[in-house]
Design a protein around this ligand. Sequence first.
Ligand code: HEC
Ligand code: HEC
Ligand code: HEC
Ligand code: HEC
Ligand code: HEC
Ligand code: HEC
Ligand code: HEC
Ligand code: HEC
Ligand code: HEC
Ligand code: HEC
Length: 336
Amino acid sequence: MSPISRIARRPALRRALVPGALAGILLLTVLLGGSAGPPAAAAPASAPPPQEEPGEAAEPAAAEYDLELCGACHEDVVASFGRGPHAWIDSAEWAEEHGPSFSCASCHGDLTQHVEEGGGTDNVFAFGPETTPLAQSGVCLTCHGDEHPRFLHSQHSRAGVTCATCHDVHHPQTASVSLLRGSQTALPPRPMDDLSLATRTCAECHSAVLTQFEFNERHRLQEGVMECQSCHDPHAPSPRGTLLAAHEQGCVSCHTDKEGPFVFEHGSIQVEGCTACHTPHGSPNRHLLTFQRTAELCFSCHAAVPGFHSRFTLATVCTNCHSSIHGSNFDRFFLK
Ligand code: HEC
Ligand code: HEC
Ligand code: HEC
Ligand code: HEC
Ligand code: HEC
Ligand code: HEC
Ligand code: HEC
Ligand code: HEC
Ligand code: HEC
Ligand code: HEC
């Protein structure tokens, strides 16, 4: 079954539909008028009522048929759908550019039989257990494939997480935030008020990671200053399992002074990236270091140090002398 089809083209359906067409347009108008309003980028679904074009037969777009038709039996679903960006798509424009009109069928497949039989679960693509996660994400990717071309290779997709696991197409929490689901369960830790909707979505499954942001030294996630996706892309595979490698880790997009290139690079950053020395989420150690004491951190890689270093102990703050530890343009030992 092709996920994209155009139910309103079916003559049988069309006959059944036309009498309700005007009501459908009215319903659409009410739905959209009552919504929180589309973002400037999204075209509002204000397809001109066909009646206003005298030369043409009254032929409302498929989406409008759907709202009327499906709404008769799925009132709540249709109403909440009207608050999200898919309902703002101008189906006439869409049809012009992409062929089939944008409608419920764009995601649920050809619904002719479903409607003719008055419902049931057999002839509809329902995003339930009877379809594989791959097939479910595949439906979304027919349109969003350019945005997220590598999703199917991501850790998420391979673990059976689908687009609709994180995005709630039918029940937008707010009009603007990418239809994210947020969390369904009450999350145990701390006040959640300032956590962004996106972070809550992640925390639903990665609550242990959220806990790491409770340390004193941490990135300011709880305040809503950052979000999980400030560092991670939930839509893409990552070579190191978690993120992009070394300098691509994304850290330097904010910490630009650490990016270099330096005349004298610290070898470890080149090879292992920032996480060779820092814990990204949160840590009891100052500066989010992986060791409590700086010397321990240095000695974890450097067995050989100059002889005069023998007077130093684990309590020595090596960076008092090696102050440009992230790289230097002046000194190969990072002393300035
Ligand atoms: C952008 C894709 C998409 C479009 C367009 C879409 N749906 Fe859905 N629909 C879904 C997904 C995904 C689910 C699975 C449930 C979920 O993720 O919350 C679903 C679930 C449903 C369900 C069953 C679950 C429930 O909440 O009762 C119904 C009924 C439904 N959709 C009807 C419609 C109707 C009617 C339209 C047109 C107004 C429509 N859908 C348009 C993606 C879509
Ligand atoms: C005559 C009533 C009726 C009409 C019209 C109707 N449906 Fe349904 N639909 C049902 C019934 C009944 C079910 C089964 C609900 C259940 O078993 O939970 C259903 C189930 C569904 C499901 C979920 C299937 C599942 O396995 O959970 C989707 C999606 C759906 N309909 C979409 C649509 C769309 C889109 C339209 C408009 C093109 C539409 N329906 C029109 C009655 C209708
Ligand atoms: C693990 C959760 C998760 C999964 C799975 C997921 N997304 Fe997202 N998606 C997000 C988050 C979080 C954002 C918000 C990104 C931001 O605000 O920068 C987002 C943003 C988006 C956006 C808004 C524009 C953009 O690219 O930032 C689109 C469109 C989108 N996702 C579509 C999809 C599609 C299609 C799939 C499946 C192929 C999918 N998403 C799978 C979490 C997810
Ligand atoms: C037939 C094409 C089509 C299909 C299928 C489709 N979408 Fe969309 N989607 C769109 C269009 C068009 C927009 C509006 C884009 C815009 O306003 O920039 C959109 C918007 C979105 C947004 C909001 C983007 C933002 O910037 O906030 C999300 C999230 C999203 N879709 C997720 C999904 C998911 C999840 C599925 C599968 C269940 C899906 N889409 C299926 C065409 C589609
Ligand atoms: C529905 C549950 C779920 C949600 C929601 C979710 N994830 Fe995941 N995530 C998983 C699963 C399952 C894996 C794969 C498990 C594994 O490989 O250890 C995973 C893997 C990851 C990984 C790779 C971990 C590793 O060890 O390689 C990162 C990073 C990640 N998720 C970040 C996020 C972010 C960021 C969000 C929110 C935008 C998010 N996840 C939302 C379930 C989820
Ligand atoms: C400051 C950037 C940053 C932020 C913000 C961030 N992460 Fe991470 N995360 C990383 C890096 C870097 C790694 C890789 C750590 C490593 O390789 O040792 C990682 C590892 C992970 C892993 C796999 C290893 C583990 O600890 O389980 C998961 C899952 C994960 N992050 C999820 C999340 C979630 C969920 C959020 C939001 C609550 C989040 N991250 C916020 C940078 C970040
Ligand atoms: C979205 C921007 C952003 C990204 C991406 C980011 N950071 Fe940060 N980072 C900050 C901000 C802002 C602070 C200051 C936190 C505060 O005000 O409490 C900070 C603080 C830190 C600190 C502690 C500084 C101190 O004085 O103790 C370290 C270490 C750090 N970040 C390392 C990293 C690493 C490693 C990565 C990549 C895994 C990363 N950051 C990614 C914005 C970012
Ligand atoms: C070889 C270990 C090492 C690596 C790799 C490393 N750092 Fe650091 N970083 C340190 C040490 C040690 C400190 C504490 C400096 C001090 O004691 O004053 C520090 C401090 C910081 C601070 C807070 C103080 C400041 O200078 O702003 C930030 C932010 C930071 N690092 C970001 C990064 C980023 C981003 C990367 C990756 C590009 C990175 N670090 C890689 C060892 C490292
Ligand atoms: C993750 C491993 C790692 C850690 C931790 C680490 N380094 Fe390095 N460091 C290296 C590597 C690799 C080189 C490059 C070695 C080479 O070129 O011979 C290097 C080079 C240096 C050099 C220059 C040596 C030369 O001959 O040019 C100095 C000085 C140095 N590190 C000091 C420190 C100090 C001080 C700390 C603790 C704050 C530290 N390093 C932490 C891996 C590490
Ligand atoms: C009092 C200042 C000072 C302190 C404190 C200090 N160093 Fe150094 N370090 C130096 C100087 C100066 C050099 C360059 C020696 C040379 O010219 O051969 C050096 C060189 C090094 C080198 C490069 C060795 C080589 O020849 O490749 C390493 C590694 C190193 N220090 C590690 C450490 C560690 C680990 C600590 C903390 C336990 C530390 N240093 C504390 C001054 C210091």
